[in-house]
Design a protein around this ligand. Structure first.
Ligand SMILES: Cc1cc2nc3c(=O)[nH]c(=O)nc-3n(C[C@H](O)[C@H](O)[C@H](O)COP(=O)(O)OP(=O)(O)OC[C@H]3O[C@@H](n4cnc5c(N)ncnc54)[C@H](O)[C@@H]3O)c2cc1C
Length: 485
């Protein structure tokens, strides 16, 4: 029997597996629903090129879900499936959450253990910042390479100039102390390699930074094509997990189980295993193991996509070279095309007041949960997005860009028609104090009311993050290692 069974080798799973197995006396087994690419060269070429968002309809390395962004606006979201998880398919953007996010997070746990001061030593230790590694608050010795695009493509140069003309300051380093600048325009820190002769850069996800270098350890086993369908218990102690390995059922036993299946699948697995709202479990005929509010709340970043034409030649670097941030808004001038012949500007609300929920519709492990984002439910969210879209219009005008689609006032309908998501779903298994009716895990990642079970992934983050979540997921998995050693 292994000491720790890790379910899912995505961003958090890769970090945790590599860190826990540093102790040769600690046996770690990782099971992953998707492929196990054991060498960098085994990865599909689409995943290697950081200029691509490898999200094609038929991609075998994705989970794909139908969701309701609002009751009358359906959408599709994806997650990475395979070693590195979503970190193997993402946009490489790696900005730390802001100090105010950590202050709010600490407030949820009722202690200082999650404030920015507690996070900073981990941020420093996990990065190898090629631009600012020697600056205060940064590191040069960690496994995660961080680079910014020094010479932006012509389109992004125009974007930067337009933002400066509108009075926004230049931000050289979004990860600078104290806790990140609050507003301005500047280059995105990215987890990519140096440019090759043709200017392309490798996407360097958590598999490359953490898991692959650890694979030769005898105390670490990683197994792909293994779908966990349910957890096993003795009373309220977890004893292992039921899996389908290449489609064949098998039970894996472990002293301790850590769920790293991501904010959708970790929640779904708990619910299927009888850890969730009691009424929901009972209605589906699932024996109740512990009553905790799994899936009752989540947050994600709603994003309005404005497509436009611009004469600047398409560049090939990273999907997002620069961002503009102010208040709770991030404006993203993508360099990848979402529709042929056009560019897209994403206008994103980073701390929405509306929240979503996930629930099962059946106990069948192969049926996806129902996901309702609850976007734009509050007038506050709609107003802030509308104002931001108007500002994006001024930027586009200053860039002499030609927006596509009907012009006119930004009504609620206009917003809904262009509504999408940033793919940052978080918080389905919120961290918080025992007795908090919204909390699923404690501040040390342990599921309330169940022994031997932890959740370590984006599920646990209990507050909206002002930035994309990847850096925060790596951070929380590094922190979890200290708890689980
Ligand atoms: C297309 C896309 C682009 C993004 N771009 C950015 C970006 O540029 N910057 C940023 O900050 N954030 C970005 N994100 C978000 C970020 O990548 C994720 O939030 C982060 O990687 C989540 O890490 P995680 O460990 O919680 O889950 P994941 O990395 O999703 O890992 C979950 C793993 O568990 C496995 N798994 C799930 N269920 C089971 C099961 N039942 N049995 C076995 N294995 C299972 C999955 O296959 C997967 O490998 C993006 C996300 C997507 C999808």
């Amino acid at each position: 029997m292994v000491h720790t069974l890790i379910i899912g080798s995505g961003t958090a799973g890769c970090v945790l597996a590599a860190r826990l197995s540093e102790d040769p006396g600690h046996t770690v087994r990782v099971v992953e629903a998707g492929s196990h690419w054991a060498h960098s060269d085994d990865f599909p070429p689409e995943l290697a090129d950081s200029a691509e968002l490898p999200l094609g309809d038929r991609a075998s390395w994705l989970w794909r879900y139908s969701v309701a962004l609002t009751p009358d606006r359906p959408g599709t979201i994806v997650r990475g499936r395979g070693i590195g998880g979503s970190g193997s398919v993402n946009g490489s953007y790696f900005i730390r959450a802001a100090a105010r996010d950590f202050a709010a997070w600490s407030g949820e746990t009722g202690s200082r253990s999650w404030d920015f001061g507690a996070a900073l030593p981990y941020f420093r230790a996990l990065e190898n910042d090629h631009d600012y590694g020697d600056h205060p608050g940064h590191g040069r010795a960690g496994p995660v390479p961080v680079r910014r695009i020094v010479r932006p493509t012509p389109l992004i140069q125009e974007f930067g100039a337009a933002c400066r003309d509108l009075g926004f300051g230049e931000v050289a380093d979004w990860n600078a102390l104290p806790g990140g600048p609050e507003s301005g325009v500047g280059p995105v820190p990215c987890t990519v390699g140096p440019p090759d002769a043709s200017g392309r850069r490798h996407r360097i996800g958590p598999a490359h930074s953490y898991l692959l270098p650890a694979l030769s350890r005898p105390n670490l086993t990683v197994q792909g094509d293994t779908l966990v369908i349910r957890l096993r218990f003795q009373g309220t102690r977890v004893t292992g997990a039921d899996c389908l390995i290449d489609g064949k059922p098998e039970t894996i036993r472990a002293e301790r189980v850590v769920l790293c299946a991501g904010a959708i699948e970790s929640a779904a697995l708990l619910l299927r295993s009888g850890i969730g709202p009691g009424e929901q479990s009972a209605a589906l005929g699932i024996p109740v193991v512990a009553e905790v509010p799994v899936g009752g709340w989540f947050t994600d970043h709603p994003e309005i996509g404005i497509d436009y034409r611009h004469p600047a030649p398409a560049g090939r670097s990273v999907p997002l070279e620069y961002v503009l941030e102010f208040d709770d808004i991030e404006i993203r001038p993508y360099t990848v095309a979402f529709i042929p012949g056009a560019y897209r500007m994403g206008v994103t609300l980073m701390r929405p007041t509306s929240a979503g929920s996930i629930r099962l519709t059946t106990a069948d492990p192969l049926t996806a949960p129902r996901i309702e984002h609850g976007y734009l439910e509050t007038a506050d969210d709609r107003t802030r997005l509308r104002d931001a879209v108007e500002l994006a219009g001024q930027i586009l005008e200053s860039m002499a860009a030609e927006p596509l689609g009907a012009a006119g006032p930004v009504s609620d309908r206009w917003l809904r028609d262009r509504l999408g998501t940033s793919q940052h779903l978080a918080g389905t298994c919120r961290m918080g104090r025992a007795g908090d009716p919204r909390a699923v895990v404690d501040d040390r990642f342990r599921v309330h009311g169940v022994a031997g079970l932890s959740v370590v992934d984006l599920s646990v983050v209990p507050v909206p993050l002002s930035r994309g979540p990847q850096a925060t997921v790596v951070l929380l998995a590094e922190r979890a290692t200290a708890e689980l050693r």
